[in-house]
Design a protein around this ligand. Structure first.
Ligand SMILES: Nc1ncnc2c1ncn2[C@@H]1O[C@H](COP(=O)(O)OP(=O)(O)OP(=O)(O)O)[C@@H](O)[C@H]1O
Ligand SMILES: [Mg+2]
Length: 357
């Protein structure tokens, strides 16, 4: 188990990027570290790998602090965004290299044998004698992954490894990464700023904001039960529809629609609604078309096809809102539709972002 405790990092220029970050990762787990560009993901990976020291806080592997353990003794392999391969070495030599250095180095024959194994699992046999510049981006990144896996590390850190690849290749390699690390039972931290990648790949997601982990949960939980408004906005594409609504007695009201609070599930309230105004969040899949109990009617202003689903745009409270429906739906631009709300799946946040339902 990896435990990161109250980690702070202040750079020489006084910029504090990690502000008491806590995070636990179980053995064999694939965790995605997700957050906007600049939130400190690479900083955290570098500290975990021992390439950078934290300002304060602790990192424990199996209960023991590793802050004084040099990088080479942490049993960690790191894959960077920009393939970090040796340009003068062939694929085979690049994959063998980590086995030929350090105090546990293998003989040339042993290293070659092990390198061949990992070249096979990463499907690089055809390129074994090529140098990196003769390979595509995806192939180069596969070599970097093979050179990490060949070390059979306990922990694998991947820093946005698929950023430079096209969408199809990205999907394919990330599936392969998941299969490999799960079959080898390697504890893996995969850094990404892409919420879809995190949702599809991980056992758990840690979402980082402003130097803290704001939520650590399974992909399903983080999507369905966002801890606060920031998480709700970050996860999901198209993103959650948000409306400012005013509390009036037992209702939340806005220009174009109202919500009767008595229709909500009492046990799902996390707090009383003390304030005057709230954000109501409704994901595009939780608007219902032509329901038994319509809440409003509207005109479709745009229809966007995305494979089996179709996104309908309409105006609500003077803002563009979106519904996801099946592509089978015959609704076209200009149609008037009546819309309901799946009250079991709406969220209510205070204006400062705290979730209250
Ligand atoms: N040595 C440094 N000195 C001062 N500031 C730094 C230093 N290294 C990084 N930073 C700043 O710290 C912040 C976090 O950087 P970091 O590289 O960890 O972000 P990131 O989450 O990995 O972003 P990205 O998704 O763009 O890779 C950035 O604002 C960066 O400019
Ligand atoms: Mg980074």
């Amino acid at each position: 188990m990896i435990k990161i405790e109250n980690l702070h990092k202040v750079f020489d220029n006084k910029y504090e990027v990690l502000k008491g970050l806590n995070l636990s990762i179980n053995e064999g787990e694939l965790l995605c570290l997700l957050g906007a560009s600049g939130c400190g993901k690479s900083t955290l990976l570098n500290i975990l790998a021992g390439l950078m020291q934290p300002t304060s806080g602790d990192i424990k592997f199996e209960g023991c602090s590793v802050l004084n353990t040099p990088p080479k003794d942490r049993d960690i392999a790191l894959v960077f965004q920009n393939y970090a391969l040796y340009p003068h070495m062939t694929v085979l030599e690049n994959v063998m290299f980590p086995l030929r250095v350090g105090k546990n180095r293998l003989s040339k024959e042993q290293a070659k044998k092990r390198a061949y194994e990992y070249i096979e699992v990463t499907k690089l046999e055809k390129f074994i004698n090529k140098r990196p510049h003769k390979l595509s981006g995806g192939q180069q990144q596969s070599v970097a992954i093979a050179a990490a896996l060949v070390q059979e590390p306990k922990i694998l850190l991947l820093d946005e490894p698929l950023n430079n690849l096209d969408a199809t290749l990205r999907l394919k390699i990330r599936e392969e990464i998941r299969i490999l690390v799960k079959s080898m039972n390697i504890t893996t931290i995969f850094v990404t700023h892409d919420q879809e990648e995190a949702l599809s790949l991980s056992d758990k997601i840690a979402l980082v904001q402003d130097g803290h982990v704001v939520q650590l949960d399974s992909p399903q939980e983080i999507y369905l039960e966002p801890a606060n408004l920031f998480v709700a906005k970050f996860m999901g594409n198209p993103s959650m529809n948000l409306f400012i609504m005013r509390k009036q007695g037992n209702r939340l009201i806005s220009n174009d629609f109202k919500i009767d609070l008595k229709l909500l599930t009492p046990s799902k309230f996390k707090d009383e609604l003390f304030e005057e105004d709230f954000f109501v969040g409704i994901r595009p899949e939780y608007f219902l078309i032509a329901p038994n109990a319509p809440v409003f009617t509207t005109n479709i202003i745009q229809k966007e096809l995305v494979g089996k689903d179709c996104i309908l745009h309409f105006k609500l409270n003077k803002k563009v809102a979106k519904i996801i429906v099946s592509t089978n739906s015959r609704v076209v631009e200009g149609n008037k539709i009546s819309v309901g709300i799946d009250y079991n799946n709406i969220h209510i946040f205070t204006i400062d972002g705290r979730r209250v339902y």
